[in-house]
Design a protein around this ligand. Sequence first.
Ligand SMILES: [Zn+2]
Length: 269
Amino acid sequence: MRRVEIRGIVRNISPLRIGNRDVVDFTSITKVQLLKNSRGIPFIPGSSWKGVFRSTGEVIARKKGLKVCTGLTKETCVDKIPDFQELIKKDIEKAKKVFWEKTCLNCKVFGAPSILSSVYFFDSYPSNYKIGVKTIIAISRENGAVSKGALATAEYVEPNSTFSFLLLGENMPNYAIGYILSIMKEIHYGYSQVGGYKSRGFGFVKFDKLQMRITHYSEKSGSNSSLSPLDEFDLKADYTQDELSGDEFFKKNSSLLEVFNNARIQYPM
Ligand SMILES: [Zn+2]
């Protein structure tokens, strides 16, 4: 019924590091590489964005007094519903109802086992970037101890590199769009970091050239139409389609942020 598209660019204002845990460079064991595509270009995978959005959302939702799960494997709300898999096979309508009643905001927005996410994050590729190398002290994964004299070099993306950003949301009520915007705002203003070495001050990013489009498939619904009873008390969620800087974007779309702030969400858990 409704598609939300938010696109723009992301600029890192501190070093940024999305590591590659799976690939070990055997030619240089002491070099800790960045995640790169097959052509050697570093990128931020959609799965990283999803992780950052979900964990940032956790903090926002808890501040609002909502209970949300961690989303970790086997710890989601869906994992706690007995025989949910069976129920999906037997009675899909009942399964939908149970899902709505028994899962938290994050499971609804970001998905859970057997449940598609409402938002989809695309991989972010750089339009301009520089790779830097830092010497770090290697810490043993087993016991956290500093290995004797083990210095390694870690690659990172230099500040002021720019990446694409694109997310798509399907059938999200206004408060859920407001929730996504609240999360982006936290990231934009430095309350949440992206990637590794956060304690070293890595991973602060700013959004720019942001543009939001909300498309409606059904004739009846206008831009302010409701997809949820929670939206009914306040449908005046005006938004702009203009391409704006991050600062301007969050200011101009503040009514959607308000819809989320005011939504009386009460998902039992
Ligand atoms: Zn949950």
